[in-house]
Design a protein around this ligand. Structure first.
Ligand SMILES: Cc1cc2nc3c(=O)[nH]c(=O)nc-3n(C[C@H](O)[C@H](O)[C@H](O)COP(=O)(O)OP(=O)(O)OC[C@H]3O[C@@H](n4cnc5c(N)ncnc54)[C@H](O)[C@@H]3O)c2cc1C
Length: 631
């Protein structure tokens, strides 16, 4: 179950212990190993570049025409690191503790501590690459605050941090492409994992331009395919983000961990039209200077400028005086929903107001958030310099993903999972600016050690892609594509996706109950049957066919949705973003049950039978899980 054990010894020394004893591949032999990397977001690009630099032969695949278009490019607000440039009391320990607590004590101590330790290296590395982080007047890197922390530790490049970090990783990747260690294979969709002799040794991809099914072999596969938040149809994720790569590995035997841990981001532009297919994030960084409020009078129809201060309820500041507007995302999202449910919202939204800071220093606000303000205005037609933004929570990130051990290896030997695709570090709720930190820690700093440790134990024998296992996997992919094309129904895949999204949002979303979850399961099953009876996929499998791509992804979402719901049902407690109505404190906060649920839930595919649930206990040796309190 755990092929890379967590080293013994004090928490602070575990990662050093691992590095001290891990096996190495000699530089002279690295070029004999082929590593297949799926994904060129921050996790995949950083891994591929680093492994190429080390001398491995790397093949890297992505859906887009260029690695630079990975979803990571959309990340806005920043990346955390325990540099303590502000001298405001930060430390590796504090970043570790905030992250463990932010995740409501549902993550592994050793992984999270390692993440906090590595955070400082990431910043140095990216600065050396030329990433243009914002700087203070004196030249030091600037920081801002994100939710769930009382220190300022978030490094940023305006509202485009992901873009700048990805350009850094892309530069490093292209250097390796030029050196010949990395081969780029864009416009490829991963369809299946090939397991030979019990180890991941290959993949089947579909060339999205020619339609051809291609086979690639190697001694290890690294999956960095991002998160599956788009299962909810409406989310802040890029439209290309999907569950399929994760799901296909699950069906080949990789366990799925905590699939129901889904982050709903509090500050997004509300849904405005029935046909909408995408939601837009307004970065958490805005809560540094923006204040959330609603009118104290339910159903108030006055314009915000006509509502005097005494009629305004700055509800986060009232409810959580210690952290105010910078409470973690799960807490802020639920508070917003409650205000709207109780009739205080502006329809289904609340105000995010910058008037005080704008009056004080408009130039500074422009510098920090100018592009976010412009984006808001372009989308809504409202000018946030003059009137408060209106925001509402939306699906944003998944903490769940493929289970990995301390070495980031899944339950399938040789299959490593990085970035948002794994479940590793964020427990039941991710703190803002920690996803970029985790993706880059995984890619730049962890996988070079743990992959070497794995490869050192196996011989770099050539993998025969004409072998039986490849043959079978390619045939199954072909059959599946044919099945999708031959339903010949009347309803486009998107409509099934939209309906699935509504079920999940209503019954497996921000608030969950036993009754709602039990009711959702047969609805999902019915929808799945309707899909295979009536989906219409136009075109053919030869050549570019976006309807076919979409249908495949929706078919996978429909299957994953059932496991996600089962996971939410089985976890009879509330923790972080997983809020079960039956388990709450008198103040309406999540009520954990550490006795029965201080574990990671792992799901194992059982073909026609219901999936099996396993547990990995979370043994806290250094911190004492407490009731999360941000009041
Ligand atoms: C709007 C927005 C803003 C955000 N802002 C921040 C922030 O400020 N700070 C922060 O820490 N986090 C932020 N996040 C979260 C963060 O951006 C993501 O968690 C992170 O970028 C994921 O990186 P990744 O490398 O794991 O995956 P991705 O960047 O999603 O990359 C996935 C890669 O896998 C490829 N791929 C996917 N499926 C397949 C397939 N089937 N076959 C082949 N290739 C495939 C894609 O082509 C792509 O190259 C934000 C998220 C959103 C949605």
């Amino acid at each position: 179950m755990n092929p890379t054990p967590i080293p013994n010894g004090p928490l602070e020394q575990k990662w050093d212990e691992f590095k001290k004893h891990c096996r190495l591949v000699s530089p002279a032999n690295r070029g004999k190993y082929t590593v297949l990397v799926i994904g060129t977001g921050l996790a995949g690009a950083s891994a591929a570049a680093t492994l190429g630099e080390l001398g491995y032969k790397v093949l890297v695949f992505c859906l887009q025409d260029t690695p630079r278009r990975a979803h990571s490019i959309a990340a806005q607000g920043g990346i955390n690191a325990a540099k303590n440039y502000q001298n405001d009391g930060d430390s590796v320990w504090r970043l570790f503790y905030d992250t463990i607590k932010g995740g409501d004590f549902r993550a592994r101590e050793a992984n999270v501590y390692r993440l906090a330790q590595i955070s400082t290296q990431i910043i140095d590395h990216c600065v050396a690459q030329g990433v243009p982080f914002a700087r203070e007047y004196g030249g030091l890197l600037a920081n801002r605050s994100f939710g769930g922390a009382q220190v300022s530790r978030t490094f940023y490049a305006r509202g485009q941090t992901g873009q700048q970090l990805l350009l850094g990783a892309y530069g490093a990747l292209m250097r390796q492409v030029q050196r010949g260690t990395v081969q780029l294979l864009p416009r490829r969709e991963f369809y299946d994992l090939v397991i030979v002799d019990g180890r991941a040794q290959g993949i089947i991809v579909r060339n999205l331009i020619t339609g051809e099914l291609e086979r690639y072999g190697g001694q290890a596969v690294i999956l960095a395919s991002g998160g599956y938040g788009n299962i909810y149809y409406l989310s802040t994720n890029a439209k290309s983000a999907n569950a399929s790569a994760v799901w296909r590995c699950y069906k080949r035997g990789a366990f799925l961990a905590n699939p129901s841990f889904v982050q709903i981001h509090p500050t997004c532009i509300p849904v405005s039209a029935a046909g909408q297919s995408k939601l837009t994030l307004m970065s958490e960084s805005l809560r540094n200077d923006g204040r959330l409020w609603v009118s104290k009078i339910p159903g108030d129809t006055r314009a915000p400028k006509d509502i005097p201060p005494e009629d305004r309820d700055y509800f986060l500041e009232r409810l959580y005086p210690s952290f105010g507007n910078l409470v973690p995302r799960d807490i802020a999202a639920r508070a917003i929903k409650k205000m709207c449910d109780a009739g205080y919202g502006v329809g289904r939204s609340v105000y995010l107001d910058f008037q005080e800071c704008l009056a004080h220093n408009r130039a500074e606000m422009d510098r920090k958030y100018g592009n976010l303000f412009a984006m808001y205005q372009r989308i809504t037609g409202e000018n946030p310099y003059e009137t408060p933004m209106r925001i509402y929570p939306a699906v944003h990130y998944v903490m769940g993903g493929l289970w990995v051990d301390y070495g980031l290896m899944s339950t399938i030997p040789g299959l490593f999972v990085l970035g948002e695709a794994n479940f590793s570090d964020h427990g039941a709720n991710r703190l803002g600016a920690s996803a970029l930190m985790q993706g880059l820690a995984d890619g730049y700093f962890i996988i070079p050690y743990t992959l070497g440790n794995y490869l050192a134990g196996i011989k770099p024998q050539e993998v025969d892609v004409r072998g039986e296992e490849f043959q079978q996997a390619a045939q199954q992919t072909h059959d599946r594509l044919t099945a999708l094309l031959s339903v010949g129904g009347s309803c486009p895949p998107r409509e099934f996706h939209r309906q699935l999204g509504m079920i999940l949002w209503d019954q497996v979303g921000m608030s969950r109950s036993e009754t709602g979850l039990k009711d959702a399961l047969p609805k999902i099953q019915d929808l799945q049957q309707a899909f295979w009876r009536d989906v219409r996929v136009t075109g053919s499998a030869q050549g570019l066919n976006q309807a076919l791509e979409e249908a495949g992804r929706v078919a996978d979402y429909l299957e994953l949705a059932a496991v996600l719901t089962l996971d939410a049902l089985a976890r009879r407690e509330s923790c972080g973003a997983h809020f079960r109505e039956e388990y709450q404190t008198p103040e309406g906060e999540p009520l954990r049950d550490d006795e029965r649920f201080a574990h990671v839930a792992l799901w194992q595919w059982q073909a026609e039978k219901a999936p099996l649930r396993h547990e990995e206990p979370l043994n806290y040796q250094t911190v004492q899980p407490t009731v999360r309190n941000y009041r």
